[in-house]
Design a protein around this ligand. Structure first.
Ligand code: TRP
Length: 75
């Protein structure tokens, strides 16, 4: 798998219970391969890997990326 650059990482901090982080596969098919539930205040450091090319987040969370911060779940 090799090493990954810092740019491959991002941080998700849940701002409510039951935030869902879904990993999507890399390659020809883009499908869900992993679902992670976070409760309020929980922080998860995540990485893009040879298996994970995209991530979908449901619920209110603060996402820190190399490109800046973004809040999900804002209405
Ligand atoms: N087995 C997955 C992988 O190596 C684990 C993983 C890494 C993951 N980053 C993720 C799962 C982001 C969900 C979201 O790719």
């Amino acid at each position: 798998m090799g090493n990954h650059a810092p740019e491959d990482y991002f941080i998700v901090k849940a701002q409510e219970n039951g935030v869902t982080v879904i990993g999507l596969t890399r390659g020809k098919d883009t499908r869900f391969h992993h679902t992670e539930k976070l409760d309020k205040g929980e922080v998860m450091l995540m990485q893009f890997t040879e298996h994970t090319s995209a991530v979908k987040i449901r619920g209110k969370a603060e996402v820190s990326t190399p490109f800046g911060k973004v809040d999900t779940g804002e209405e």
